[in-house]
Ligand binder design. Structure first.
Ligand code: ADP
Ligand code: MG
Length: 423
């Protein structure tokens, strides 16, 4: 293959495995666990190195050049020492498998490059975008130069200054393309995250004020009636009417507070180890009267798994879901509650065979004030559930079919009880 074609192919590998794969995972496979994401990205870097070594550019007979240094440097600087060791082993190991004159020079260049990169990790982390870009390009250039030097001095391969120059330019150019794009993507991601955080905070504070408003309204009404009853003579009938409205208003306030209750984010200090079995028992005990009223049978299969959290929050979360499920089965039905552990995750499955939701309703669930229950609902329950699941470091998945039922699946990392007790 010609020089230019090989170079373009090498660059394509870098673009796909160093830029596209991480971007795709970040944007389109958001829900994957972070550890898995990281592993895929590291693996992708390894593939980049292997494919670069597999399709080298022959400069002169016996001297090949490729872009393998770029993933090695970038991987080390962003990923840290463990990643660096893995990439180093891949480079050296794969090069060793191929064999030939290049094995030893490759090993030497790799050693120098990785050592230098590791020493620079800290500086790299605290540097500006510009500095980071120049660090990566310089290191890549240095690698190419070292490789050339060894071939020239030790193996006496005839390489002209022009070839060296051309080679250096290509290496710097490729490194620059990759690191520049990578930095822009990272910057963009960071800005997006900050915006998202700010937006969330705005919603929460707006919500807090609108909720206190919602609670104050019924209280004002009740107070007005009480004052009127105190100051004016009225018939027994009228009194009863006003008392009825007052009670309705108080119920309304109660409903709003009940769905919303505590929103304080748990801090590291007030997190506790929760036994899911005990927590569920408590929550189910509380929901029993409502279940009985609707002739809903509760089936539980809950085991003693431990999670990190706050009892009050978990209770609120479970109660809001239970309440919705029971409310979706007004005449009778079954509520299934189950916990399943898989690896280090516990899956909490709550399922009803109630009225279910349409696709549109399912899409809107968790939106503040979205309710299909008119005045009987607040539209705050599921929003609170989602916030709490987030605080517990968990994820929630809801599926529903109209007139068939709804299934809530919450996954939360488990903690080992023994470890905690000895700590
Ligand atoms: P509220 O219960 O006060 O209406 P929520 O935020 O708890 O507010 O729920 C929002 C909406 O989501 C409900 O009005 C209902 O339409 C729908 N929903 C929630 N859970 C279920 C469920 N288990 N079955 C059917 N619909 C549900
Ligand atoms: Mg509700």
């Amino acid at each position: 293959m010609g020089g230019i074609e090989s170079l373009l192919l090498n660059l394509l590998f870098l673009i796909v495995f160093l830029l596209f794969v991480p971007l795709f995972i970040e944007k389109s496979l958001k829900t994957l666990p972070n550890k898995l994401k990281k592993s895929i990205i590291i693996f992708s870097f390894c593939i980049a190195i292997v494919s670069n070594i597999s399709f080298p550019i022959t400069v002169v007979e016996g001297f090949v050049f490729d872009l393998r240094w770029i993933p090695l440097v970038i991987g080390t600087l962003y990923g840290g020492i463990p990643v660096s060791i893995l990439l180093f082993s891949t480079t050296v190991g794969y090069r060793f498998m191929i064999g030939g004159t290049g094995v030893i020079p490759n090993l030497i260049v790799c050693l120098i490059l990785v050592t230098l990169s590791i020493l620079l990790i800290k500086t790299f982390k605290n540097s500006t975008k510009k500095k980071r870009i120049s660090m990566v390009t310089s290191l890549s250039l240095l690698a190419g130069f070292l490789q050339f030097l060894i071939f020239y001095k030790v193996y006496h391969l005839p390489i002209s200054v022009m070839e060296l120059l051309g080679y250096s330019v290509l290496l710097v150019f490729s490194a620059f393309i990759v690191i520049y794009t990578l930095e822009i993507i990272r910057e963009e991601n960071m800005i997006n995250e900050k915006l998202f955080e700010a937006e969330k905070m705005k919603i929460v504070s707006q919500l807090a004020s609108s909720i206190s408003h919602e609670v104050r309204n019924p209280l004002t009404v009740v107070r007005g009636f009480l004052q009127m009853m105190e100051q004016t003579e009225m018939s027994r009938y009228e009194q009863k009417k006003f008392l009825k409205i007052s009670m309705d208003e108080i119920d309304r306030a109660n409903l709003i507070i009940g769905d919303y209750l505590s929103f304080a984010k748990p801090t590291e200090q007030n997190m506790e180890i929760l036994n899911l079995k005990k927590e569920f028992q408590r929550a189910i005990e509380m929901i029993k009267p409502l279940a009985n009223m609707n002739s809903v049978e509760v089936h539980t299969k809950v085991d003693s798994y431990y999670i990190n959290g706050k009892s009050q929050l978990l209770q609120q979360c479970l109660l809001n879901i239970f309440k919705n499920c029971i409310e979706a089965m007004p005449n009778n039905g079954n509520l299934f509650i189950e916990t399943i552990k898989n690896n280090n995750i516990v899956y909490i499955v709550i399922e009803d065979n109630g009225q279910g939701m349409t696709k549109e309703q399912l899409d809107r669930i968790g939106e503040p004030y979205f309710t299909t229950k008119g005045n009987g609902g607040t539209g705050l329950g599921m929003m609170t559930v989602m916030r709490i699941v987030d605080m517990l470091d968990g994820r929630i998945h809801i599926s529903s079919e109209l007139n068939k039922g709804t299934r809530f699946e919450i996954s939360i990392p488990v903690v080992e009880k023994e470890k905690h007790q000895s700590a």
